[in-house]
Design a protein around this ligand. Structure first.
Ligand code: C5P
Length: 222
């Protein structure tokens, strides 16, 4: 039984990966499963927090019996709208979702057909809003914001350097850095993270199951 050391806290967690529609049947997406975000939401609820989980195309789901309030979204703009609605009521926002940086500039109203496209198909993408940057810039006093960064840098120093630049740019209080790749990070049951604070200092490192990594991330809130 978990110690209820987050009782009375309202925690908003985003998880999964956003998808950007190309046409009614296709999208551009990423391989985030939502496992780490769901593990954080579960662990926070077990510690007594009141938890809202905004899930983007989750491949894993909470049972109906779990005390999580879940909102489902698809695209980045839907995620942004849901986060904007829920964030003012949260003491802590944990942005674990993998958000598409770009979306197609227009969505075809019917299926794009190879018969009319020829041998190449050109897509134009436009930049999505950075939800985390917006959140940090407009946060209520006292609200704590945790960002994530999934990167493919293999060298630890390079990974941490990139994280330092990212937390400065984003304005979050903590940044949870993890390596992702063809076989690492996304969709797996384990994870390894390095957590940076605003000063860019390493304040925590954790590896193991996504459930155990979730506990170490929540320990930051104590
Ligand atoms: O810039 P990058 O995608 O690496 O940043 C990752 C962090 O920023 C994650 O916490 C993610 O949820 C958030 N993010 C966002 N909106 C975007 C891109 C990323 O909130 N458009």
């Amino acid at each position: 039984v978990a110690v209820k050391n987050l009782a009375g806290k309202r925690i908003l967690v985003t998880a999964g990966g956003t998808r950007e529609a190309l046409d009614p049947v296709r999208y551009i997406g990423n391989r985030s499963s939502g496992k780490q975000g769901l593990a954080i939401a579960r662990a926070a609820a077990a510690r007594g927090a009141s938890v809202t989980l905004i899930g983007a195309n989750l491949e894993v789901h909470a049972a109906a019996t779990e005390s999580l309030s879940v909102v489902h979204v698809g695209s980045t703009l839907e995620l942004e709208a849901a986060v904007t609605t829920a964030a003012p009521d949260a003491d802590v926002v944990i942005m674990a979702a993998a958000v598409a940086d770009y979306r197609p500039d227009s969505v075809a109203q019917s299926k794009i057909k190879k018969e009319t496209q020829g041998d190449t198909l050109q897509l134009t993408l436009v930049k999505n809003p950075d939800i985390l940057v917006g959140l940090a810039a407009t946060r209520a006093p006292g609200q704590l914001i945790i960002g994530f960064a999934a990167e493919t840098e293999q060298q630890r120093d390079a990974l941490v350097e990139l994280g330092r630049a990212k937390i400065a740019r984003k304005g979050a209080d903590y940044l949870v850095l993890n390596r992702v790749g063809w076989t690492e990070g996304f969709a797996t049951d384990g994870n390894a993270v390095i957590v940076l604070d605003r000063a860019g200092d390493i304040v925590s490192e954790a590896s193991g199951s996504k459930a155990s990594v979730a506990e170490r991330i929540l320990d930051l809130l104590l």
